[in-house]
Ligand binder design. Structure first.
Ligand SMILES: Nc1nc2c(ncn2[C@@H]2O[C@H](COP(=O)(O)OP(=O)(O)OP(=O)(O)O)[C@@H](O)[C@H]2O)c(=O)[nH]1
Ligand SMILES: [Mg+2]
Length: 225
C-alpha cells in the first residue's frame, strides 16, 4: 500500500524532481476516482483553463481502450502530441500504484518529445475507493467522486477520499435529481480529511473548474518555489 502522504505540497514528497541534466522536471498530478465520476471531463476543463498560461500534457489510462485519450483528441483540448494513452490491460490501480512502469515511460516520453513541460496530468482508469497513485509516479493527486454515486461516499472514507491532496465532489448540478445532500457530503468529506481541501463543482456551469484550476496553480507555485 502506498499511503505515504504529506501536507507540505508536492515539492516535499518528490525525490526525483530533477532531470538528469539538473533542470526541474514537470509537476505530475494524478486524477483518480470511481468509474464515470468526471475525471476526463475535469482533465478537459483543466486543459482549456490552463493551456494558454502553461505548457501541459496528459496521460490517460483505460483498461482495454484509448477512449479517454480519443475523447480529449476529439475535443481538441491540447495538440495531439501532448495526449498519450496507456492501455493498462488489468485493474487500473495496478498501473498507477503497483507497476507504474508504463505510466512512467509515458510521462518521460512526453517530456522528451514535447518538453519542457510545466505540468502533466495523469488520469487513472475508473476504479474503486481504495485506488491511489504511487508517489513515484505523481507529485500530487486529486480524487474525483460525484454526487450521483451516493451521498454516503465521503462518509465511507477510503484512502482516496481521506488522503488525496484534493477531493473533488463533481456533478453538483445533479444533486436535486438523485436526492443527494450536498451539505452532508461536504461536511462528511471535511470530517474525513482534516485540513485537506475539498471542492464541490459542476462542470455543467460556466467556469466550473475554476477552483480546481486555482488549486493546480497553487501546486505549481509550490513546485517551482
Ligand atoms: N451533469 C454533469 N455531468 C457531468 C459532469 N462532469 C462530467 N459529466 C458527465 O459524466 C459522464 C462521465 O464523465 P467522464 O469525465 O467521462 O468520467 P470519468 O471519470 O473520466 O470516467 P471513466 O474514465 O470511464 O472512469 C460524461 O457523460 C460527462 O459528460 C458534471 O459536472 N455534471
Ligand atoms: Mg475517464
Amino acid at each position: 500500500m502506498h499511503l505515504d502522504h504529506s501536507h507540505d505540497g508536492p515539492a516535499a514528497v518528490s525525490a526525483d524532481a530533477r532531470r538528469p541534466d539538473g533542470t526541474r522536471r514537470s509537476l505530475r498530478i494524478g486524477l483518480g476516482g470511481p468509474v464515470g465520476s468526471g475525471k476526463t471531463a475535469t482533465v478537459a476543463a483543466l486543459c482549456r483553463a490552463l493551456r494558454d498560461e502553461l505548457s501541459l500534457a496528459v496521460v490517460t489510462n483505460d483498461i482495454y481502450t484509448r477512449e479517454d485519450a480519443e475523447f480529449l483528441l476529439r475535443e481538441a483540448v491540447l495538440p495531439p502530441e501532448r495526449i498519450t494513452a496507456v492501455e493498462t490491460g488489468a485493474c487500473p490501480h495496478t498501473a498507477i500504484r503497483d507497476d507504474i512502469s508504463a505510466n512512467l515511460e509515458a510521462v518521460e516520453d512526453l517530456e522528451d518529445e514535447v518538453g519542457p513541460l510545466d505540468l502533466i496530468l495523469v488520469e487513472s482508469g475508473g476504479d474503486n475507493l481504495t485506488a491511489t497513485f504511487s508517489r513515484g509516479l505523481v507529485d500530487a493527486q486529486v480524487f474525483v467522486i460525484d454526487v450521483a454515486g451516493g451521498d454516503d461516499i465521503p462518509r465511507k472514507g477510503g484512502p482516496g477520499v481521506t488522503t488525496a491532496d484534493l477531493l473533488v465532489i463533481n456533478k453538483t448540478d445533479l444533486a436535486p435529481y438523485v436526492g443527494s445532500d450536498l451539505a452532508r457530503m461536504s461536511a462528511d468529506a471535511k470530517a474525513q480529511r482534516a485540513e485537506l481541501p475539498v471542492v464541490l463543482q459542476s462542470l455543467r456551469s460556466a467556469d466550473g473548474v475554476r477552483e480546481v484550476a486555482d488549486w493546480v496553480r497553487g501546486q505549481l507555485t509550490a513546485w517551482t518555489a
